[in-house]
Ligand binder design. Structure first.
Ligand SMILES: Nc1ncnc2c1ncn2[C@@H]1O[C@H](COP(=O)(O)OP(=O)(O)OP(=O)(O)O)[C@@H](O)[C@H]1O
Ligand SMILES: [Mg+2]
Length: 469
């Protein structure tokens, strides 16, 4: 949409007004002059243009418009499949010797060829008719025939035919300009419709009179949420996160863990119930206040194409360089940064690439520097080697005693370190409590964790002999 639809609107705003003015002024002046010479021949000269205009409605029948929309949509599908194809190129290379990945693209192209042909076939007759009507030979023929008739029978001086032959051809220029302008206008109209669809999605409402949260106790009260109205992902969550505690969320894939934590920085509002920070519903809190309170370390870290230092200081743009280094040390990434070509000034993605685990430690340094009272951590499965990981986890909990931490845990060590474990399954909390107590019992968590551990036992034994560097 940003690439194609905006380009489609561009000519209408940037070029069409100027082109239309120049296409109309000269012909209009000519027309006035020709009227003073002989009004009858002027009308005859205008006949081909009238014919062309008469054909315009034939290009705008519901069938023609639908064909154009289909052809546009097919073009959109080509763009989408190209983007998909390029983004997934690694997967395509690894898994598709058969060329099946091209298939979606080829199908989109065939589809476009079909609908484009239908559109052109429908339009070509009318378009050809218009072209002929405004073409110089045809206009010349009409002017000469009309002029000859007027000279022999109507008493027009032969010399008066001359301005019509010279200027008459120019009169049709607006039609040609209109033709193009009209295409552009139609394309722009459809593009604006699509752009408006996106802009019409209502933003999360901001409170008119924001209330400041009192403290950092987080509470979810009867929270229900679904991405679509027909399927609920969270079905009534009640949860309290006390300051100074670490809560681990565990559960099977697709259970709603990532969805749950995304409600805390208010990426979405719950459909029922509320998320309450320091006694105030998130919907009542100013967005900037909220972002100063909650920081996030995502599972899938995206670093910006900027220097390492700027990446770490994202939330605190004027941070003291020493504070940046301190955060990097705590996140156990300082030494790696010094190995980069220009240390903290190295531009990520241009001068150097980082591994997934390294990138996540940068984002942990970012969170440590932001020093927000609430931290949400979606633990990566490929986080770091065990020793680094433990050190980082300690840093996170130790750096601020009253910090509220919510972590989506994939490792036994993280769960064991937590004060509370919450097991989320199918959008509901099915088990909660102290990790040791839960493990000793026979609840859902104990069952889930035993099967999980036996599945990962082999994997967790491997690094023992292979000491971290
Ligand atoms: N952006 C989205 N739009 C629509 N549905 C979504 C979206 N994100 C997640 N879902 C659906 O919500 C459900 C819960 O997903 P969620 O990502 O919260 O699971 P999860 O517990 O984090 O799983 P995992 O451990 O695999 O990361 C899934 O069924 C998923 O299909
Ligand atoms: Mg997830």
């Amino acid at each position: 949409m940003v690439g194609e639809d905006v380009s489609a609107v561009h000519p209408v705003i940037a070029h069409t007004p100027g082109e239309l003015v120049s296409a109309f002024v000269v012909p209009l002046v000519s027309l006035v002059y020709l009227f003073t010479v002989d009004w009858r021949l002027t009308l005859i000269t205008l006949a081909p243009m009238a014919l062309a205009f008469a054909l315009v409605p034939l290009m705008m029948t519901p069938t023609r418009l639908r064909e154009q929309e289909e052809s546009d949509a097919a073009m959109g599908r080509i763009s989408n499949s190209v983007v998909e194809f390029v983004q997934g190129i690694a997967v395509v290379k690894a898994f598709s010797g058969s060329g099946s990945a091209h298939r979606a693209f080829l199908a989109a192209v065939d589809d476009f060829v079909g609908s484009f042909q239908r559109m052109v076939r429908g339009l070509s007759g009318v378009a050809a008719g218009m072209q002929v009507a405004v073409s110089p030979p045809f206009v010349l023929l009409v002017v000469l025939t009309g002029g000859a008739a007027l000279i022999t029978g109507g008493g027009m001086a032969p010399v008066d035919l001359l301005p019509f032959l010279l200027l008459g051809l120019g009169l049709t220029a607006p039609v040609a300009a209109l033709g193009h302008g009209f295409d552009d206008l139609q394309a722009a109209r459809r593009a604006i419709g699509r752009i408006r669809d996106v802009l019409d999605v209502p933003p999360l409402p901001e409170p008119a009179r924001p209330v400041a949260p009192r403290g950092h106790r987080l509470e979810l009260r009867g929270v229900r949420f679904g991405y679509d109205t027909d399927r609920e992902v969270l079905r009534g969550i009640d949860l309290v996160l006390e300051p100074g505690t670490v809560t681990a969320v565990v559960g099977p894939s697709g259970g709603g863990k990532s969805t749950l934590v995304q409600l805390l920085p208010r990426f979405f509002d719950p459909t029922h119930g509320s998320v309450i920070l320091g006694g105030v519903d998130l919907r009542e809190i100013d967005a900037r206040d909220l972002h100063r309170t909650v920081s996030f370390v995502f599972q899938d870290v995206r670093l910006l194409r900027a220097s390492v230092a700027d990446n770490i200081a994202l939330a605190v743009p004027h941070a003291d360089p020493e504070a940046v280094v301190r955060a990097a040390r705590l996140a156990r990434i300082h030494d790696r940064i010094l190995e980069l070509p220009r240390g903290y000034a190295t531009v990520i993605g241009e001068e150097s690439e980082l591994s997934g685990g390294e990138a996540q430690r940068i984002s942990i340094a970012r969170a440590l520097l932001a020093d927000t009272p609430v931290l949400v951590l979606d633990e990566a499965t490929a986080f770091a080697d065990p020793r680094t990981e433990q050190a980082v986890r300690r840093a996170l909990t130790a750096s601020r005693a009253e910090r509220t931490i919510l972590v989506i845990a994939h490792r036994p060590e993280t769960v064991a370190d937590a004060d509370t474990v919450v097991m989320l399954e199918n959008g509901s909390i099915v088990d909660r409590g102290e990790p040791a107590a839960l493990l000793a019992g026979n609840g859902r968590f104990a069952e889930f964790w035993r099967s999980h551990r036996s599945a990962t036992a082999v994997r967790t034994q491997v690094p023992r002999g292979d000491e971290p560097r």
